[in-house]
Design a protein around this ligand. Structure first.
Ligand SMILES: O=P(O)(O)OP(=O)(O)OP(=O)(O)OC[C@H]1O[C@@H](n2cnc3c(O)ncnc32)[C@H](O)[C@@H]1O
Ligand SMILES: [Mg+2]
Length: 263
């Protein structure tokens, strides 16, 4: 199957690694672009649309972006798209504590991808996984994975294969690839083969979330970010991981709630 390339504009290596793994069998090849995009305030849709338009303008071509929310049902959907800032300031422990006064611990992980061409309206694809918020469990180094439980396991307790089969991101990418297939015969346009919806993502070592080899393609995790980012390798991660230093192929992180990991 020939592949097609889509530019994924994101600053978050965890998102990129998961999206690449989920799409690995679909014939869609993701190239990442780490462009600084200021995010507006608003609903999930408003934020994603605006982000997609700005990204497409900056890149000067078709792009995909995504915005991820963690919505607590007891708090009527908050922190929602602002979870990044909550995670940065109060960590996973603080997020769990926000629900201490409520019996209802249910929450929804929501991923909204947008496909956008410059000058056009973005097209949105939403994936939603329902779970509940618990005290942190698991080795996860990606965002709020340790506190989001789905059918008895937190995302952080699942291996990447399990998470990528049921996650909010997987569900959104299924819709995106189905649309690409219908619209363009797969991928972002131009010539090439078809892209069936991602059905069975390849297993990926969860340690990759922090910046290590991807077992799916054998390259460095940061390959997608290009030389500029690889060489800086400092503080590029989404708040979930502050990359402290790179030594050879080892990466060290501080997580927002004080945890540390070395991969
Ligand atoms: O450049 P972009 O793509 O916007 O990347 P970001 O890190 O700023 O991401 P968002 O604005 O979408 O904020 C979402 C927050 O949720 C975190 N996050 C995203 N997907 C996650 C997942 O599958 N599991 C756990 N945390 C996740 C992420 O690290 C952010 O803290
Ligand atoms: Mg963001």
């Amino acid at each position: 199957m020939s592949s097609r390339t889509l530019f994924f504009v994101t600053s978050n290596p965890g998102k990129l690694a998961e999206a690449k793994a989920i799409l690995s069998a679909s014939g869609v090849n993701l190239e990442s672009k780490n462009v600084e995009i200021t995010e507006i305030q608003g609903t999930i849709e408003e934020i994603t649309r605006d982000k997609a338009k700005r990204a497409a303008e900056q890149i000067g071509g078709p792009v995909i972006v995504e915005d991820t929310c963690l919505c607590f049902d007891a708090l009527k959907g908050l922190p929602g798209p602002y979870v990044k800032h909550f995670l940065k300031e109060i960590g996973t422990r603080g997020l769990t504590n926000m629900l201490a006064a409520y019996d209802d611990k249910t929450a929804q992980a929501v991923c909204t991808f947008a496909y956008c061409e410059p000058g056009s309206e973005p097209i949105l694809f939403e994936g939603r996984t329902k779970g509940k918020v618990v005290r942190a469990r698991g080795e996860g180094s990606f965002g709020w994975d340790p506190i989001f439980e789905y059918e008895g396991s937190t995302y952080a307790e699942m291996d990447s294969y399990q998470k990528n089969k049921i996650s909010h991101r997987f569900k959104a990418l299924q819709k995106l690839t189905a649309w690409l297939e219908e619209k363009h015969g797969g991928g972002s346009g131009g010539s090439g083969g078809s892209a069936p919806p991602p059905a069975a993502p390849k297993p990926v070592d969860r340690r990759n979330m922090g910046g290590h080899d991807t077992s799916s393609d054998g390259g460095s995790f940061f390959d997608g970010f290009g030389e500029e980012v690889k060489s800086r390798a400092i503080n590029i991660a989404g708040d979930g991981m502050g990359i402290r230093k790179a030594a050879g192929r080892e990466w060290q992180f501080d997580s927002p709630d004080g945890g540390r990991g070395k991969y």
